[in-house]
Design a protein around this ligand. Structure first.
Ligand SMILES: Nc1ncnc2c1ncn2[C@@H]1O[C@H](COP(=O)(O)OP(=O)(O)OP(=O)(O)O)[C@@H](O)[C@H]1O
Length: 254
């Protein structure tokens, strides 16, 4: 799905991502783990076009996408969720999904506002997509709720719906189970499995090790911007370098 070659991002003197090469495999749950500050979110930002790499290449199913803008990457079928789910709290969940869809697939806010007054048909299609996505994530009952009134777990589901409404082929999830309880974590893991079954490739960053170990097909471990290991959950669990750098530390929560 995605081929990353020698990807490097430097912020001044800091190498946030340092010469990382890997592949995000089609139809799989690909996970990225590593201590705080390891470069995981920067890695996502590079894929999503938020940051331009200092060097290296990113290829999406054969196309070089290294220097594209976020809206161009989104149009090619890469969607993402964030550590913190930003929603317009005073708007309904459905309105958030409709506006969110436009923000993700247009280049600027002005473009979004212009589009919403002119293209009624597009708005109808957008509304349908939003409803389908909300239904898929088990959130139909939230449609008319104010976003500010829903729980953290419901916000996570709405974030998934926001990303799914753009019909992605690759979904990047940044801490999809952050801030939710163990039962809810289980529910979100099931939702991630359902997403992959529907034909979407997933790449996720997560600190909850139990969840990652039971969910991921493949794990890449970052530490100080470098890839220190890659493999199946069993291989990662047994890797002494990973245990030293990460799993043995107090970052490895349940
Ligand atoms: N825009 C930026 N400008 C300067 N430094 C940055 C920027 N974004 C990230 N960094 C730095 O790059 C390093 C990697 O940060 P990043 O957020 O990618 O790590 P992470 O693995 O996602 O951490 P966490 O698990 O805490 O989210 C950190 O030292 C961070 O301070």
């Amino acid at each position: 799905m995605l081929k990353i070659e020698h990807l490097t991002k430097r912020f001044g003197g800091l190498l946030a991502v340092n010469d990382v090469s890997t592949t995000i495999e089609t139809g799989k749950i690909n996970a990225i783990i590593g201590p705080n500050g390891a470069g995981k979110t920067t890695f996502f930002n590079l894929i999503a076009g938020v940051h331009k790499p200092t060097s290296g290449t990113i290829t999406l199913q054969g196309d070089d996408v290294t220097s594209l803008r976020p809206d161009q990457v989104a149009q090619l079928g890469v969607a993402r969720t964030f550590q913190t789910t930003s929603l317009f709290d005073m708007a309904t969940v459905l309105d958030n999904l409709i506006v969110g869809h436009r923000l993700r697939t247009r280049s600027g806010l002005l473009d979004v506002l212009r589009g919403s007054s002119l293209l009624r048909e597009e708005e109808r299609i957008c509304r349908e997509k939003a409803r389908d996505a909300l239904n898929f994530v088990g959130g139909s009952h939230l449609e008319n709720r104010m976003a500010g009134d829903i729980s953290q777990e419901e916000r996570k589901r709405v974030a998934f719906a926001l990303a799914l409404a753009t019909n992605p082929r690759l979904l990047l999830l940044d801490e999809p189970a952050g801030g939710v309880n163990p039962d809810e974590t289980q529910g979100l893991a099931e939702l991630i499995r359902k997403i992959v079954k529907s034909g979407i490739t997933v790449c996720l960053i997560e600190h909850k090790m139990n969840m990652i170990m039971s969910l991921a097909d493949k794990i890449m471990v970052l530490s100080y911007g470098e890839k220190i290991a890659e493999g199946t959950p069993a291989e990662i669990r047994a890797n002494p370098v990973v245990i030293d750098a990460y799993l043995g530390s107090d970052h490895a929560d349940a």
